[in-house]
Design a protein around this ligand. Structure first.
Ligand SMILES: [Zn+2]
Length: 182
């Protein structure tokens, strides 16, 4: 199942067919644009170097947490801190503003930079997925060439591959060939 946070993490793409090719799609303005449209956000495209760096750091953190989790780990206090910090950074800000007629108003303003808001939504989506399943539905594709992160929404939590028709089939064919060789 494609979700906001998995879509974000999977912007680091690895060729699932095993060519060893990989690509950081986050760097591409086309990816940034499609991502914003798909999840209905607005932010500057191309993203600034600073935004990109912040996104790459968060992405690395979420991916390594998914790896930690799928090998039996628990939630870490570091990640809890990151999530809460991102939510604050991307949330609206309450400000006291002087109006033209000398009156003061309290206004709720969105954060200036759209990408900070996007990242706040990404961590909120991840946090929701974690809370909903206690982390037990967060998976990494069993095809080690692919490494796609996904949310397993099957009833018995048995999904092993990002896509049974692609990675699932490829692994089936590989196992078959291995057996034949032996
Ligand atoms: Zn896969």
């Amino acid at each position: 199942m494609n979700t906001l946070w998995t879509d974000f993490v999977n912007s680091e793409w690895h060729d699932w067919r095993g060519s060893g090719r990989s690509e950081d799609r986050l760097l591409k303005p086309e990816w940034q644009n499609d991502f914003l449209i798909q999840w209905q956000f607005s932010a500057p495209v191309p993203a600034s170097a600073e935004d990109i760096e912040e996104m790459q750091i968060l992405r690395r953190e979420l991916r390594s947490f998914a790896e930690h989790l799928t090998s039996g780990g628990q939630m870490t206090s570091d990640l809890v801190d990151t999530i809460n910090r991102k939510m604050i950074e991307g949330g609206p800000v309450t400000r006291l503003l002087k109006q033209q007629d000398e009156h003061f108003n309290i206004v709720l303003e969105p954060v200036a930079n759209g990408w900070k808001k996007v990242l706040a939504e990404v961590v909120a989506d991840f946090a929701q997925a974690f809370v909903n399943s206690g982390g037990s539905r967060i998976r990494i594709c069993d095809n080690t060439d692919c490494r796609w992160v996904f949310y397993d929404d099957t009833r018995n939590r048995s999904k092993r591959f990002c896509d049974d028709k692609m990675c699932g089939n490829l692994m089936k064919v590989r196992r078959f060939r291995e057996r034949k060789k032996q």
